[in-house]
Design a protein around this ligand. Structure first.
Ligand code: ATP
Length: 636
């Protein structure tokens, strides 16, 4: 469906150009890092080299934490716990059991990941401050265990860790050790960047933008967050392994709160969620600490350690105040400024959806013959304390039809809609979709079976562009998990899904804004983009929550026409809408709720003339009823 007028996207390029276009940033960044890392040991002083080694080691837990906080949106104050577990496991295996270095290191990393999995199973159900507190507690548990247990050497710790040999060459100095650590950091950066751009990474970003929208597209937030926690702990564990080699003695403090806070600062100063930012943050914090310890005594003769710490703290506070988005924000702002000085083509953006908006229909899924029941709602009841929002509602939606759900304010439409889509669990009753009970399950369960929704208050993924939003709609069609994403083994899947996203945008005449920031579009086009995103999931049932709200008259007509054509092509649609006239002209069946009770359900013509509907919906004022009926006549 893609034609020559469509903008170029990577799917149109040759494999080599495509690889370069996709990985340009990573390749250039890693090449610069490698060159700098080769040069540093030749130029740095002994003390600077020592600081550089620690910065490189700490970059690993910082990258892991940045993924956890920036991608998964989870604040952790316990990254040092996993760092400590990696270091202790490695040190114990090396010194007490003479396990070869690579095996001890691998077990150290796996131990950190295993602990993360065990604590993450319950912890990942917590959010915000609760999770931060829980991870803080974990850090204390690891530190106190290490301090009180004979096996971990109590306060003395584990000592006598010898640095490794590489191809028979002993790593005797900091310069060599720096080179030894660098390839692992480069590899970690590549894996982390791959993850950021992968199906899983995009899903996590989408969760951060709008959890409810991401779940409605089939994203299981709990599972993804748990996996990122485990991964993040793996990075910390690897950092711990190198730390044990570097200091030759592992003591309880390394799992302490102060170390966790240091990792946190690296991430915040670098810029949340940025892999390069975490690396830069690690170097900045380490060199800042070193710089302060030299600068403060020079400025204040006789200054003690506390004064140095104070100076360090003041500089950090200033950096955070002046650069709340971290180094990444500063770099991005600078880049934007440079770009603004270069004349470019003006952004295109229609004020509203145009008449020719629906050029061609995207593919839709019609798993049942027309008329067969695709959705059944039985005895659905919802109580909020004393308020009965829904009272034993029964509804059946036949496949290939549009059902309009209407009712006056407070009738229970949103509650019913949210229960069907999985956002709410009912007090009693069931919702069956394609023969499976979906009530009481999370939205991603219904989504994975082909039920997708849009939102009355638009839920846009603001961290990506228009095509990125629609691409997220393809989540259900993808298979690649975190591991494949990190290894970059999903190029084909990504390409084909991105191609479909472009096709859908083209079919809705939105190609011109494909690469615009989603949040910058006019409202009507954002609404159409959300519909595109839902259609990209190839749903069997599309739930639309007040899709006409906020649209102009012309835009409403365009959307109504699109819905008719989708229905004619076999899609089933459930529409909650305040615009009664549009519903009456569009829907095959109309259900009317009043005070949580289903008072009418049938063809629009019948429902419109139902006295109970007129009384409940339009009120008992005769003049009002007549005006509204005349209005309806004009539309139908
Ligand atoms: P509107 O058209 O105004 O959006 P609606 O038909 O969608 O209304 P609901 O929002 O489902 O109706 O509300 C049905 C009833 O349930 C109302 O009386 C409302 O006040 C009540 N209600 C809805 N949500 C809650 C809640 N979270 N807690 C308590 N009561 C609620």
């Amino acid at each position: 469906m893609t034609d020559s007028t469509a903008p170029t996207f990577v799917g149109n390029l040759t494999p080599r150009k495509r690889f370069w276009a996709t990985n340009r940033g990573t390749l250039i960044g890693c090449a610069i890092l490698i060159v700098v890392a080769i040069i540093i040991p030749f130029t740095a002083s002994a003390s600077m080299m020592n600081v550089a080694v620690f910065a490189m080691i700490f970059a690993l837990p910082a990258i892991g934490l940045s993924l956890l906080m920036g991608l998964a949106g989870q604040v952790s104050l316990g990254q040092a716990a996993f760092f400590g577990i990696g270091a202790y496991t490695h040190a114990i295996l090396l010194t007490k059991y003479d396990v070869p270095g690579p095996i001890a290191a691998t077990i150290g990393v796996l131990a950190a990941m295993l602990v993360a999995l065990l604590v993450g199973l319950p912890l990942m159900r917590l959010r915000g401050h609760y999770l931060a507190l829980a991870t803080l507690g974990l850090g204390f548990i690891v530190m106190i265990t290490a301090r009180e247990w004979d096996f971990t050497g109590r306060t003395t710790g584990i000592y006598g860790i010898a640095r490794p040999e590489v191809f028979g060459i002993p790593i005797t100095n900091n310069g060599l050790f720096f080179w030894f650590v660098t390839p692992f950091v480069v590899l970690g950066i590549i894996l982390a960047l791959n993850l950021t751009h992968s199906r899983a990474g995009r899903a996590l970003s989408a969760v951060n933008d709008s959890e409810v929208a991401a779940e409605s597209l089939g994203v299981s937030t709990y599972a993804l967050r748990l996996k990122v926690l485990v991964l993040s702990a793996g990075f910390a564990g690897l950092g711990g392994v190198f730390y044990a080699y570097q200091v030759a003695i592992v003591s309880p403090q390394i799992a302490g709160f102060q170390v966790s806070v240091e990792f946190l600062l690296m991430v915040v100063i670098g810029g949340l969620g940025s892999v390069w930012g975490a690396l830069a943050g690690a170097f900045l914090i380490e060199f800042l600490g070193e710089g302060m310890s030299e600068l403060i005594p020079a400025l204040i003769p006789g200054a003690t350690g506390e004064v140095q710490l104070l100076g360090y703290g003041i500089v950090l506070v200033l950096v955070i105040l002046l650069l709340p988005g971290g180094l990444v924000q500063a770099t991005t702002a600078l880049w934007r400024w440079v770009k603004s000085k270069v004349p470019g083509k003006a952004a295109v953006g229609m004020t509203e959806v145009d008449d020719a908006a629906v050029v061609a229909l995207p593919r839709i899924s019609a798993p049942l013959a027309p008329g067969e029941p695709i959705l059944q709602v039985s005895g659905l009841t919802m109580r909020y304390g004393g308020v009965v929002a829904l009272d034993a509602v029964n509804l059946t939606v036949p496949a290939g039809t549009i059902l309009g759900l209407i009712g006056p304010n407070g009738a229970g439409k949103t509650t019913c809609f949210n229960i069907i889509s999985g956002t709410l669990a009912p007090t009693s009753g069931t919702v069956t979709f394609l023969g499976r009970t979906i009530s009481g399950r999370k939205p991603h369960v219904a989504a994975s079976h082909g039920l997708t929704r849009t939102f009355q208050n638009l839920q846009i993924f603001s961290s990506t562009d228009v095509v990125g939003n629609v691409y997220m709609g393809r989540y259900r069609q993808g298979r690649a998990g975190i591991l494949r994403g990190m290894l970059g083994l999903q190029a084909h899947e990504q390409r084909s899904n991105r191609g479909v996203a472009h096709d859908i945008l083209q079919s809705m005449n939105l190609t011109d804004v494909a690469h615009e920031e989603a949040g910058s579009l006019p409202f009507g086009r954002q609404r159409m983009m959300e519909v595109c995103r839902a259609l990209a999931a190839e749903p069997a049932l599309l739930l639309l929550d007040e899709p006409m709200a906020g649209l102009s008259g012309a835009e409403r007509d365009v959307l109504a026409e699109l819905l008719r054509r989708l229905r004619d092509a076999g899609l089933t649609i459930l529409l909650v809408e305040h615009d009664v006239a549009q519903v009456m002209s569009l829907a095959d069946h109309v259900a009317v709720l009043d005070d949580g009770v289903l008072i009418a359900h049938g063809e629009p013509e019948v429902v419109r003339n139902d006295p109970a509907v007129i009384a409940a919906y339009l009120g008992t004022d005769v003049d009002e009823v007549e005006t509204e009926l005349t209005d309806l006549e004009g539309h139908v």
